[in-house]
Design a binder for this molecule. Structure first.
Ligand code: HEC
Length: 294
């Protein structure tokens, strides 16, 4: 029995240590223990050592007790009992102080004359545990009000927005640095304003010289009409930009300069120009191509 109790106590302490370590040393990904299994090993050693010490102390106590002679043994037992009694008393008092309830025998003093079908009311004191909890909430409320309404602390809504914004940034970073995420077979038309304006920037830096700012065409074909030398859907446009046009025509492969996601952005931007009918366009080249956007 004693052994079980010490095992439980030590387990509880080790669990607390575990949680403290996880809480105080957070890592970016997952549990600290997974990243540094050594810590787990140390905890295990501490657990076993503590258990061994408890067992040794218990055994030592036993031996000492057995070595006591008649009288001394009695005295020892009595002292133990006294200790237990004191603890019990203390617990009792503590409980009584938490509630300040009148004992059953004295209830007559506080019974009120309300009587509802034999159900009567006691005028007990408010339990201190409740009363002080209530005061604590009032004090807390002042702090709360000051923080949020006077000093403009960050609200849940603001925290949420900040986290979302941060996550967006991280997603963009991830997409840019994940080259295998997109290729011609998986590319999808982007319609997000952010992506289109990023695509427009890329276009204005790299492509206007041959395709004109409005896409009407120059050295390269008109990108806004229904005629395409290559396929005019997102996969086709992605492929030309990534791999280049026919040899000698002037459209180089851009996959060394642009990341896959940037190619998807500029391809989507080009397709967003479709049907914009810029003035003075280059005459149609290639085949009539019906874009099947689905
Ligand atoms: C040096 C001139 C030049 C530059 C710069 C250039 N292109 Fe081209 N582009 C061409 C030519 C020429 C063609 C036609 C290729 C062919 O017929 O094989 C073409 C074809 C294309 C096509 C296919 C059009 C069709 O009808 O199928 C797309 C899409 C395209 N370019 C996008 C871009 C993008 C995006 C950029 C910038 C990243 C860019 N181009 C930069 C000259 C250029």
């Amino acid at each position: 029995m004693k052994l079980l109790i010490s095992a439980l106590r030590i387990t509880a302490l080790v669990v607390i240590a575990f949680l403290l370590i996880e809480y105080l040393l957070p890592t970016e990904d997952g549990l600290v223990m997974v990243k540094y299994p050594v810590l787990l090993g140390i905890l295990a050693v501490v657990f076993i050592a503590a258990l061994a010490i408890e067992i040794a102390i218990a055994a030592l106590g036993n031996v000492l007790f057995k070595s006591l002679k008649g009288d001394a043994r009695e005295k020892y037992l009595q002292e133990e009992l006294l200790k237990k009694g004191k603890l019990k008393n203390w617990l009792k008092k503590f409980r009584a102080n938490l509630t300040k309830r009148k004992p059953l025998e004295e209830e007559g003093e506080i019974i009120m004359d309300h009587d509802y079908d034999g159900i009567r009311e006691l005028d007990n004191k408010l339990p201190p545990w409740w009363l002080y909890g209530f005061y604590a909430t009032i004090i807390y409320a002042f702090g709360y009000m000051a923080y949020y309404h006077i000093f403009d602390g960050t609200t849940q809504e603001e925290e949420y927005q900040a986290e979302i914004a941060q996550a967006r940034v991280e997603i963009e970073e991830y997409k840019k640095n994940a080259p295998d995420l997109i290729d011609a077979s998986t590319v999808a038309l982007l319609t997000d304003e952010v992506d289109l304006s990023a695509g427009s920037k890329i276009y204005n830096v790299n492509c206007v010289a041959c395709h004109r700012a409005d896409g009407g065409g120059g050295i390269g074909p008109n990108l806004t009409d229904d005629h395409w030398v290559f396929d005019g859907d997102i996969a086709g446009v992605y492929t030309v930009i990534s791999e280049g046009g026919r040899p000698g025509k002037g459209m180089i492969s851009w996959k060394q300069d642009l990341k896959p996601f940037e190619i998807a952005q500029v391809a989507s931007y080009i397709l967003s120009l479709h049907g914009s009918n810029p003035p003075d366009p280059k005459e149609a080249e290639g085949e009539f191509f019906v874009i099947d956007q689905e």
